[in-house]
Design a protein around this ligand. Structure first.
Ligand code: GDP
Length: 382
Protein backbone atom coordinates (compact mmCIF):
# COMPACT_ATOMS: atom_id res chain seq x y z
CA UNK A 1 0.00 0.00 0.00
CA UNK A 2 2.80 2.37 0.88
CA UNK A 3 4.19 1.87 -2.59
CA UNK A 4 0.84 2.59 -4.22
CA UNK A 5 0.19 5.76 -2.29
CA UNK A 6 3.69 7.16 -2.67
CA UNK A 7 3.41 6.72 -6.44
CA UNK A 8 -0.10 7.96 -6.73
CA UNK A 9 0.86 11.04 -8.70
CA UNK A 10 2.82 8.98 -11.18
CA UNK A 11 -0.08 6.58 -11.73
CA UNK A 12 -2.42 9.49 -12.02
CA UNK A 13 -0.31 10.86 -14.86
CA UNK A 14 -0.23 7.48 -16.53
CA UNK A 15 -3.94 7.22 -16.06
CA UNK A 16 -4.62 10.63 -17.48
CA UNK A 17 -2.44 10.02 -20.50
CA UNK A 18 -4.18 6.75 -21.20
CA UNK A 19 -7.37 8.57 -22.14
CA UNK A 20 -7.95 9.85 -25.62
CA UNK A 21 -6.77 13.42 -25.86
CA UNK A 22 -10.25 14.77 -26.45
CA UNK A 23 -11.41 13.14 -23.29
CA UNK A 24 -8.58 13.57 -20.85
CA UNK A 25 -9.75 16.83 -19.31
CA UNK A 26 -7.41 18.82 -21.47
CA UNK A 27 -6.34 21.77 -19.49
CA UNK A 28 -6.05 25.18 -21.00
CA UNK A 29 -4.86 27.87 -18.72
CA UNK A 30 -4.68 31.51 -19.57
CA UNK A 31 -3.07 34.23 -17.64
CA UNK A 32 -5.15 37.15 -18.60
CA UNK A 33 -3.54 39.71 -16.35
CA UNK A 34 -5.44 42.97 -16.48
CA UNK A 35 -7.05 42.32 -19.85
CA UNK A 36 -10.74 41.72 -20.15
CA UNK A 37 -11.21 37.98 -20.11
CA UNK A 38 -11.81 36.11 -23.33
CA UNK A 39 -14.47 33.55 -23.78
CA UNK A 40 -13.91 30.23 -25.51
CA UNK A 41 -16.40 29.92 -28.28
CA UNK A 42 -15.47 26.35 -29.06
CA UNK A 43 -17.61 24.97 -26.26
CA UNK A 44 -20.33 22.72 -27.62
CA UNK A 45 -23.69 24.19 -26.79
CA UNK A 46 -24.93 21.18 -24.89
CA UNK A 47 -22.14 21.29 -22.30
CA UNK A 48 -22.93 23.22 -19.16
CA UNK A 49 -20.46 26.01 -18.46
CA UNK A 50 -19.58 26.54 -14.82
CA UNK A 51 -17.80 29.54 -13.34
CA UNK A 52 -15.78 28.92 -10.20
CA UNK A 53 -15.23 32.19 -8.36
CA UNK A 54 -14.15 33.39 -4.97
CA UNK A 55 -11.52 35.40 -3.19
CA UNK A 56 -7.88 34.50 -3.55
CA UNK A 57 -6.78 31.55 -1.38
CA UNK A 58 -10.34 30.37 -0.89
CA UNK A 59 -9.39 27.05 -2.49
CA UNK A 60 -10.49 27.28 -6.14
CA UNK A 61 -7.31 25.97 -7.75
CA UNK A 62 -7.12 23.17 -5.20
CA UNK A 63 -10.69 22.12 -5.95
CA UNK A 64 -9.98 22.12 -9.65
CA UNK A 65 -6.73 20.15 -9.28
CA UNK A 66 -8.16 17.58 -6.89
CA UNK A 67 -11.41 16.98 -8.76
CA UNK A 68 -10.20 17.15 -12.35
CA UNK A 69 -6.50 16.41 -12.24
CA UNK A 70 -6.31 13.78 -9.53
CA UNK A 71 -3.93 15.82 -7.42
CA UNK A 72 -3.67 14.39 -3.90
CA UNK A 73 -5.18 17.02 -1.52
CA UNK A 74 -2.03 17.18 0.60
CA UNK A 75 -0.08 18.53 -2.40
CA UNK A 76 -2.35 21.56 -2.82
CA UNK A 77 -0.51 23.79 -0.30
CA UNK A 78 2.35 23.86 -2.84
CA UNK A 79 0.18 25.24 -5.63
CA UNK A 80 1.50 28.50 -6.93
CA UNK A 81 -0.51 31.48 -5.81
CA UNK A 82 -1.36 34.19 -8.31
CA UNK A 83 -2.42 37.78 -8.14
CA UNK A 84 -3.77 37.77 -11.66
CA UNK A 85 -7.05 36.68 -13.13
CA UNK A 86 -6.65 33.06 -14.06
CA UNK A 87 -8.93 31.41 -16.46
CA UNK A 88 -8.72 27.69 -16.86
CA UNK A 89 -11.04 25.54 -18.84
CA UNK A 90 -11.67 21.92 -18.20
CA UNK A 91 -13.10 20.66 -21.44
CA UNK A 92 -13.96 17.24 -22.69
CA UNK A 93 -16.04 15.45 -20.16
CA UNK A 94 -19.11 14.23 -21.94
CA UNK A 95 -21.38 16.40 -19.87
CA UNK A 96 -19.39 19.24 -18.41
CA UNK A 97 -17.26 22.21 -19.30
CA UNK A 98 -15.82 24.55 -16.74
CA UNK A 99 -14.33 27.96 -16.65
CA UNK A 100 -12.60 28.81 -13.44
CA UNK A 101 -11.94 32.37 -12.40
CA UNK A 102 -9.89 33.67 -9.56
CA UNK A 103 -11.30 36.93 -8.38
CA UNK A 104 -8.67 38.96 -6.58
CA UNK A 105 -10.12 41.78 -4.47
CA UNK A 106 -9.21 44.55 -6.87
CA UNK A 107 -11.42 43.29 -9.71
CA UNK A 108 -14.17 45.79 -10.25
CA UNK A 109 -17.33 44.58 -11.97
CA UNK A 110 -18.34 48.14 -12.68
CA UNK A 111 -15.12 48.94 -14.48
CA UNK A 112 -15.86 49.58 -18.19
CA UNK A 113 -13.23 47.03 -19.30
CA UNK A 114 -14.92 44.22 -17.44
CA UNK A 115 -16.96 42.33 -19.99
CA UNK A 116 -19.71 40.85 -17.85
CA UNK A 117 -21.70 39.71 -20.88
CA UNK A 118 -19.00 37.40 -22.10
CA UNK A 119 -18.21 36.06 -18.65
CA UNK A 120 -21.68 35.40 -17.31
CA UNK A 121 -23.54 34.96 -20.60
CA UNK A 122 -24.04 31.31 -21.41
CA UNK A 123 -22.87 30.06 -18.01
CA UNK A 124 -25.08 27.43 -16.42
CA UNK A 125 -23.91 27.86 -12.84
CA UNK A 126 -21.76 30.11 -10.75
CA UNK A 127 -19.96 28.34 -7.91
CA UNK A 128 -18.69 30.77 -5.30
CA UNK A 129 -16.04 29.36 -2.96
CA UNK A 130 -15.98 30.81 0.52
CA UNK A 131 -13.22 29.95 3.01
CA UNK A 132 -14.96 28.82 6.22
CA UNK A 133 -11.70 28.92 8.19
CA UNK A 134 -11.21 32.60 7.48
CA UNK A 135 -13.19 35.78 8.12
CA UNK A 136 -15.82 35.59 5.37
CA UNK A 137 -17.32 39.10 5.58
CA UNK A 138 -15.45 40.37 2.52
CA UNK A 139 -16.19 37.17 0.63
CA UNK A 140 -19.92 37.50 1.33
CA UNK A 141 -19.91 41.06 0.03
CA UNK A 142 -18.09 39.93 -3.08
CA UNK A 143 -20.58 37.11 -3.49
CA UNK A 144 -23.48 39.52 -3.54
CA UNK A 145 -21.87 41.98 -5.90
CA UNK A 146 -21.13 39.03 -8.19
CA UNK A 147 -24.63 37.58 -7.96
CA UNK A 148 -26.25 40.96 -8.60
CA UNK A 149 -24.13 41.55 -11.67
CA UNK A 150 -24.38 37.99 -12.98
CA UNK A 151 -28.14 37.67 -12.82
CA UNK A 152 -28.62 40.93 -14.70
CA UNK A 153 -26.70 39.41 -17.58
CA UNK A 154 -27.93 35.86 -17.21
CA UNK A 155 -31.04 35.37 -15.05
CA UNK A 156 -31.18 31.65 -15.88
CA UNK A 157 -27.94 30.66 -14.13
CA UNK A 158 -27.89 28.87 -10.77
CA UNK A 159 -25.91 30.19 -7.80
CA UNK A 160 -24.04 27.70 -5.65
CA UNK A 161 -22.02 28.56 -2.56
CA UNK A 162 -19.31 26.19 -1.38
CA UNK A 163 -18.63 26.79 2.31
CA UNK A 164 -15.17 25.36 1.88
CA UNK A 165 -12.35 23.95 4.06
CA UNK A 166 -14.81 22.64 6.64
CA UNK A 167 -12.42 19.78 7.47
CA UNK A 168 -10.86 22.08 10.06
CA UNK A 169 -14.19 22.56 11.87
CA UNK A 170 -15.98 20.39 14.42
CA UNK A 171 -19.43 19.08 13.43
CA UNK A 172 -21.06 21.63 15.70
CA UNK A 173 -19.05 24.50 14.25
CA UNK A 174 -19.83 23.35 10.71
CA UNK A 175 -23.56 23.68 11.37
CA UNK A 176 -23.12 27.03 13.15
CA UNK A 177 -20.99 28.38 10.31
CA UNK A 178 -23.50 27.29 7.69
CA UNK A 179 -26.36 28.83 9.68
CA UNK A 180 -24.43 32.06 10.15
CA UNK A 181 -23.50 32.34 6.49
CA UNK A 182 -27.02 31.54 5.35
CA UNK A 183 -28.40 34.16 7.74
CA UNK A 184 -26.02 36.83 6.48
CA UNK A 185 -26.84 35.82 2.94
CA UNK A 186 -30.55 36.25 3.60
CA UNK A 187 -29.95 39.70 5.11
CA UNK A 188 -27.96 40.78 2.09
CA UNK A 189 -30.54 39.26 -0.22
CA UNK A 190 -33.27 41.42 1.24
CA UNK A 191 -31.29 44.43 -0.08
CA UNK A 192 -32.50 43.98 -3.63
CA UNK A 193 -31.81 40.32 -4.45
CA UNK A 194 -34.75 38.79 -2.67
CA UNK A 195 -35.85 36.46 -5.43
CA UNK A 196 -32.43 34.94 -6.04
CA UNK A 197 -31.93 31.38 -4.88
CA UNK A 198 -28.59 30.40 -3.39
CA UNK A 199 -27.72 26.77 -2.59
CA UNK A 200 -25.15 26.05 0.11
CA UNK A 201 -22.80 23.07 0.44
CA UNK A 202 -20.24 22.21 3.11
CA UNK A 203 -17.12 21.11 1.24
CA UNK A 204 -13.56 19.96 1.71
CA UNK A 205 -10.96 18.55 -0.65
CA UNK A 206 -9.96 16.09 2.08
CA UNK A 207 -13.09 13.96 1.71
CA UNK A 208 -15.80 13.18 -0.83
CA UNK A 209 -17.89 16.24 0.02
CA UNK A 210 -16.33 18.25 -2.81
CA UNK A 211 -17.21 15.54 -5.34
CA UNK A 212 -20.73 15.22 -4.00
CA UNK A 213 -21.27 19.01 -4.11
CA UNK A 214 -19.99 19.20 -7.69
CA UNK A 215 -22.21 16.28 -8.64
CA UNK A 216 -25.26 18.16 -7.40
CA UNK A 217 -24.27 21.36 -9.17
CA UNK A 218 -23.80 19.53 -12.43
CA UNK A 219 -26.97 17.50 -12.11
CA UNK A 220 -28.99 20.71 -12.00
CA UNK A 221 -27.62 21.50 -15.45
CA UNK A 222 -28.34 18.17 -17.09
CA UNK A 223 -31.64 18.55 -18.85
CA UNK A 224 -32.02 14.79 -19.26
CA UNK A 225 -31.64 14.15 -15.52
CA UNK A 226 -35.24 13.07 -14.80
CA UNK A 227 -35.04 10.61 -17.68
CA UNK A 228 -31.70 9.27 -16.47
CA UNK A 229 -33.02 8.85 -12.95
CA UNK A 230 -36.08 7.12 -14.26
CA UNK A 231 -33.96 4.70 -16.27
CA UNK A 232 -31.77 3.96 -13.26
CA UNK A 233 -34.89 3.35 -11.13
CA UNK A 234 -36.16 0.88 -13.70
CA UNK A 235 -32.75 -0.80 -13.86
CA UNK A 236 -32.33 -1.24 -10.11
CA UNK A 237 -35.85 -2.44 -9.50
CA UNK A 238 -35.70 -5.01 -12.31
CA UNK A 239 -32.25 -6.26 -11.27
CA UNK A 240 -32.97 -6.03 -7.52
CA UNK A 241 -30.05 -3.70 -6.94
CA UNK A 242 -29.63 -1.47 -3.91
CA UNK A 243 -28.09 1.54 -5.62
CA UNK A 244 -26.70 2.58 -9.01
CA UNK A 245 -24.50 5.54 -9.89
CA UNK A 246 -23.66 6.82 -13.34
CA UNK A 247 -20.18 8.23 -12.76
CA UNK A 248 -17.89 10.35 -14.91
CA UNK A 249 -14.76 8.18 -14.99
CA UNK A 250 -12.15 10.94 -14.83
CA UNK A 251 -13.64 13.31 -12.29
CA UNK A 252 -15.74 10.74 -10.33
CA UNK A 253 -18.60 13.20 -10.36
CA UNK A 254 -21.86 11.25 -10.49
CA UNK A 255 -24.04 12.62 -13.21
CA UNK A 256 -27.09 10.66 -12.07
CA UNK A 257 -28.26 8.08 -9.58
CA UNK A 258 -31.55 6.35 -8.88
CA UNK A 259 -34.08 8.17 -6.73
CA UNK A 260 -33.26 6.43 -3.42
CA UNK A 261 -31.28 8.62 -0.99
CA UNK A 262 -27.52 8.92 -1.49
CA UNK A 263 -25.35 7.70 1.32
CA UNK A 264 -21.92 9.31 1.15
CA UNK A 265 -20.10 6.05 2.03
CA UNK A 266 -21.81 4.15 -0.79
CA UNK A 267 -20.89 6.87 -3.26
CA UNK A 268 -17.30 6.85 -1.99
CA UNK A 269 -17.14 3.08 -2.37
CA UNK A 270 -18.51 3.19 -5.92
CA UNK A 271 -16.22 6.02 -6.89
CA UNK A 272 -13.16 4.26 -5.40
CA UNK A 273 -14.03 1.20 -7.43
CA UNK A 274 -13.36 3.17 -10.61
CA UNK A 275 -9.86 3.96 -9.35
CA UNK A 276 -9.24 0.31 -8.54
CA UNK A 277 -10.37 -0.82 -12.00
CA UNK A 278 -8.49 1.84 -13.92
CA UNK A 279 -5.32 1.56 -11.84
CA UNK A 280 -5.17 -2.24 -12.06
CA UNK A 281 -5.89 -2.01 -15.76
CA UNK A 282 -3.24 0.64 -16.39
CA UNK A 283 -0.59 -1.21 -14.37
CA UNK A 284 -1.22 -4.76 -15.58
CA UNK A 285 -3.47 -4.61 -18.61
CA UNK A 286 -1.90 -2.06 -20.89
CA UNK A 287 -0.19 -2.64 -24.19
CA UNK A 288 0.46 -0.10 -26.91
CA UNK A 289 -3.07 -0.03 -28.26
CA UNK A 290 -5.06 -0.71 -25.12
CA UNK A 291 -6.50 1.95 -22.88
CA UNK A 292 -7.09 1.77 -19.18
CA UNK A 293 -10.81 2.24 -19.67
CA UNK A 294 -12.60 0.96 -22.73
CA UNK A 295 -15.58 -1.04 -23.99
CA UNK A 296 -14.34 -4.16 -22.25
CA UNK A 297 -14.05 -2.52 -18.83
CA UNK A 298 -16.10 -4.25 -16.21
CA UNK A 299 -15.47 -5.55 -12.75
CA UNK A 300 -17.09 -7.41 -9.88
CA UNK A 301 -15.92 -6.93 -6.30
CA UNK A 302 -17.48 -9.10 -3.61
CA UNK A 303 -17.45 -7.37 -0.26
CA UNK A 304 -17.26 -9.26 3.04
CA UNK A 305 -20.68 -7.99 4.13
CA UNK A 306 -22.65 -9.98 1.56
CA UNK A 307 -22.77 -7.13 -0.96
CA UNK A 308 -21.37 -6.95 -4.48
CA UNK A 309 -20.00 -3.96 -6.37
CA UNK A 310 -20.53 -4.23 -10.10
CA UNK A 311 -18.99 -1.87 -12.64
CA UNK A 312 -19.79 -1.69 -16.36
CA UNK A 313 -18.59 0.64 -19.08
CA UNK A 314 -21.45 2.76 -20.46
CA UNK A 315 -19.44 4.92 -22.83
CA UNK A 316 -15.93 6.35 -22.98
CA UNK A 317 -16.71 8.88 -20.26
CA UNK A 318 -19.19 7.13 -18.04
CA UNK A 319 -19.32 4.02 -15.88
CA UNK A 320 -22.32 2.48 -14.23
CA UNK A 321 -21.41 1.31 -10.72
CA UNK A 322 -24.02 -0.68 -8.82
CA UNK A 323 -24.29 -2.06 -5.33
CA UNK A 324 -26.37 -5.19 -4.87
CA UNK A 325 -26.80 -8.13 -2.50
CA UNK A 326 -24.81 -11.21 -3.36
CA UNK A 327 -28.05 -13.27 -3.35
CA UNK A 328 -29.43 -11.08 -6.12
CA UNK A 329 -26.30 -11.32 -8.22
CA UNK A 330 -26.83 -14.89 -9.42
CA UNK A 331 -28.94 -13.95 -12.44
CA UNK A 332 -26.13 -12.63 -14.61
CA UNK A 333 -28.15 -12.97 -17.80
CA UNK A 334 -30.88 -10.77 -16.47
CA UNK A 335 -28.46 -8.13 -15.25
CA UNK A 336 -26.56 -8.21 -18.54
CA UNK A 337 -29.72 -7.91 -20.56
CA UNK A 338 -31.09 -5.01 -18.56
CA UNK A 339 -27.73 -3.31 -18.65
CA UNK A 340 -27.72 -3.55 -22.45
CA UNK A 341 -31.18 -1.94 -22.45
CA UNK A 342 -29.85 0.85 -20.28
CA UNK A 343 -26.90 1.38 -22.62
CA UNK A 344 -29.17 1.42 -25.64
CA UNK A 345 -31.34 4.03 -23.94
CA UNK A 346 -28.26 6.14 -23.22
CA UNK A 347 -27.23 5.92 -26.88
CA UNK A 348 -30.66 7.12 -27.88
CA UNK A 349 -30.45 10.21 -25.74
CA UNK A 350 -29.59 12.66 -28.45
CA UNK A 351 -32.25 11.38 -30.79
CA UNK A 352 -35.24 10.54 -28.68
CA UNK A 353 -36.94 12.91 -26.31
CA UNK A 354 -38.85 10.36 -24.26
CA UNK A 355 -36.31 7.62 -23.99
CA UNK A 356 -37.83 6.02 -20.95
CA UNK A 357 -41.17 5.39 -22.57
CA UNK A 358 -39.52 3.83 -25.54
CA UNK A 359 -37.19 1.57 -23.59
CA UNK A 360 -39.19 0.84 -20.47
CA UNK A 361 -40.87 -2.25 -21.84
CA UNK A 362 -37.53 -3.75 -22.83
CA UNK A 363 -36.28 -4.21 -19.27
CA UNK A 364 -37.07 -7.57 -17.71
CA UNK A 365 -37.42 -8.45 -14.08
CA UNK A 366 -37.41 -12.22 -14.16
CA UNK A 367 -35.41 -14.87 -15.86
CA UNK A 368 -34.74 -18.46 -14.92
CA UNK A 369 -31.68 -19.12 -12.84
CA UNK A 370 -29.04 -20.21 -15.33
CA UNK A 371 -30.09 -18.36 -18.43
CA UNK A 372 -27.48 -16.33 -20.19
CA UNK A 373 -28.12 -13.19 -22.14
CA UNK A 374 -27.79 -15.13 -25.39
CA UNK A 375 -30.40 -17.68 -24.31
CA UNK A 376 -32.68 -14.90 -23.40
CA UNK A 377 -32.31 -12.93 -26.59
CA UNK A 378 -32.81 -16.07 -28.71
CA UNK A 379 -35.94 -16.96 -26.75
CA UNK A 380 -37.33 -13.46 -27.09
CA UNK A 381 -36.86 -13.56 -30.85
CA UNK A 382 -38.83 -16.82 -31.09
P1 GDP B 1 -7.21 29.86 -4.73
O1 GDP B 1 -6.36 31.08 -4.67
O2 GDP B 1 -8.65 30.17 -4.49
O3 GDP B 1 -7.03 29.10 -6.02
O4 GDP B 1 -6.76 28.92 -3.50
P2 GDP B 1 -5.78 27.68 -3.52
O5 GDP B 1 -6.38 26.55 -4.26
O6 GDP B 1 -4.41 28.12 -3.95
O7 GDP B 1 -5.79 27.26 -1.98
C1 GDP B 1 -5.31 28.07 -0.96
C2 GDP B 1 -4.93 27.20 0.22
O8 GDP B 1 -6.08 26.55 0.76
C3 GDP B 1 -3.95 26.07 -0.13
O9 GDP B 1 -2.95 26.04 0.86
C4 GDP B 1 -4.78 24.82 -0.09
O10 GDP B 1 -4.02 23.68 0.30
C5 GDP B 1 -5.81 25.17 0.95
N1 GDP B 1 -7.06 24.43 0.77
C6 GDP B 1 -7.79 24.28 -0.35
N2 GDP B 1 -8.87 23.52 -0.13
C7 GDP B 1 -8.84 23.16 1.18
C8 GDP B 1 -9.68 22.36 2.02
O11 GDP B 1 -10.71 21.80 1.62
N3 GDP B 1 -9.31 22.24 3.33
C9 GDP B 1 -8.19 22.84 3.83
N4 GDP B 1 -7.91 22.65 5.12
N5 GDP B 1 -7.37 23.58 3.06
C10 GDP B 1 -7.67 23.74 1.76
Amino acid sequence: MAYASSHYGEYADQFASSFPSDMGYGHMQQNLDSEAPEVHHTVPENKPKILLMGLRRSGKSSIQKVVFHKMPPNETPYLESTNKIMKSSVTSSSFVQFSIWDFPGQIDFFDGTFDADSIFGGAGALVFVLDAQDDYTEALNKLFITVTKARKVNPAMTFEVFIHKVDGLSDELKIDTQRHIQQQATDLQSDGNDDVHLSFYLTSIYDHSIFEAFSKVIQKLITQLPTLENLLDILISNCRMEKAFLIDVVSKIYVATDSSPVDMQTYELCSNMIDVVVNVSSIYGMNDEAMAYDKESQSIIKLNNGMVLYLREVNRYLALVCLLREDNFDKHGLIDYNFQCFKAAMRGFKLIAHVTQKYKHRFYSSMSHNQTLDDFVVKKRK
